[in-house]
Design a protein around this ligand. Structure first.
Ligand SMILES: [Zn+2]
Ligand SMILES: [Zn+2]
Ligand SMILES: [Zn+2]
Ligand SMILES: [Zn+2]
Ligand SMILES: [Zn+2]
Length: 354
């Protein structure tokens, strides 16, 4: 890190190079503010632990799973070597595994739909769709006795009639049911029973709870999940202009730190950053590990009393310090106002010309 004197001398050198002079009396004084730029990221490993009862239908071998005693919260797991890795660890509480045969015995239970019978009742016959059983045969009406026919049925068109299968009369029967007045059920073919669609005749179905295996396993499971959480760091948030940041990135000789004892942030830089750094570094709830990758660069902001409209940023590089000259915030505001005035004037002139 440069000293105040080195920073000021770098500014004086630029002033001279620009062919300017500072008044000899009173001697040139300057206000020097030190900033420490800090950029990079902190990757934290955030851990979550849960415990719940698990159920599995069917046999299950848990003997190769890692175990924990008492509670998952008290279980010790070494912190991860790489905090950026996502990881889920499932454990079994010692002695909690209950591998037993299901109450159903063999994995099957009686079919609810057919009550274990295997088939369901079915209507053996249905009314004829053509005559609806009303005038199935003009002679016997499906009874086989020709005396039953009523007089008005004789008016029916004989072209649509066929031989009655019941009484044998010619051109008298409905062509669909052939005089019977009903049709045989297509599903049961007149048997009066149909196959149960739920169990397809078996009378039993697989037991749902044990998935038809006859066994169940219950146990207490502990789950440890580790998730990376990346925090981008860019400090300080305020006080250093955008152009100074850009120059610092391009020209500056940045130092690297992971904030460990081997690569700590130098004391003076840490002091400059102060509470904003402490806030960034604060330990998160459930944090079990972190990886810090930061670059830092101390730079001086110099305002020479004789040139109050300017700000000099002195940036340490691998060679001589680099000095960036910027108008001060107030002067920048004034320049912007002048530019606006010129634009307004131009607009008025162009209106006059048109
Ligand atoms: Zn069962
Ligand atoms: Zn059934
Ligand atoms: Zn039927
Ligand atoms: Zn008939
Ligand atoms: Zn019919």
């Amino acid at each position: 890190m440069l000293s105040d004197e080195e920073a000021f001398n770098a500014v004086l050198k630029l002033v001279k190079e620009r062919g300017e002079t500072l008044p000899a009396s009173p001697p040139a004084v300057a206000e020097i503010t030190w900033h420490c730029l800090l950029e990079g990221e902190i990757v934290r490993c955030i851990e979550n632990r849960t415990e719940k009862e698990r159920f599995h239908a069917g046999p299950l071998d848990l003997s190769d799973k890692p175990v924990f005693d008492t509670t998952i919260a008290a279980h010790r797991v070494p912190p991860p070597r790489d905090p950026s890795q996502q990881k889920t660890l499932k454990l079994v509480r010692r002695g909690s595994v209950d591998d037993r045969s299901c109450d159903c015995g063999n994995g099957t239970v009686a079919c609810q739909r057919c009550k274990g019978a295997g088939d369901l009742r079915c209507e053996p016959r249905m009314p004829c769709t053509e005559c609806r059983g009303a005038d199935s045969c003009l002679k016997c009406n499906g009874t086989g006795s020709r005396a039953n026919a009523s007089a008005d049925q004789a008016a029916q068109d004989p072209d649509e009639r066929t031989v009655c299968k019941v009484c044998g009369a010619l051109d008298a029967a409905c062509s669909t049911c052939r005089g019977r007045g009903h049709l045989e059920c297509a599903t049961c073919r007149g048997a009066g029973l149909r196959t149960c669609p739920d169990c397809t005749r078996a009378g039993t179905v697989p037991h749902q709870r044990c998935a038809g295996t006859g066994r169940t396993v219950t146990w207490t499971e502990g789950v440890i999940t580790r998730q990376p959480h990346t925090d981008k760091v860019k400090l300080p948030q305020f006080g250093v202009s955008y152009f100074a940041w850009q120059s610092a990135r391009e020209q500056g000789a940045w130092g690297k730190t992971d904030l460990t004892d081997e690569k700590p942030l130098p004391g003076r830089q840490a002091k400059i950053l102060g509470s904003s750094l402490r806030t960034k570094l604060a330990e998160h709830e459930q944090e079990v590990a972190r990886h810090v990758d930061l670059s830092y660069l101390p730079l001086a902001r110099v305002v020479v009393t004789a040139q109050p409209h300017r700000v000099y940023y002195v940036i340490p590089t691998s060679r001589a310090p680099y000095v960036l000259l910027l108008p001060s915030q107030r002067r920048a505001g004034q320049i912007a106002a002048v530019v606006c005035g010129v634009l307004l004037l131009l607009a008025m002139i162009s209106r006059l010309i048109n």
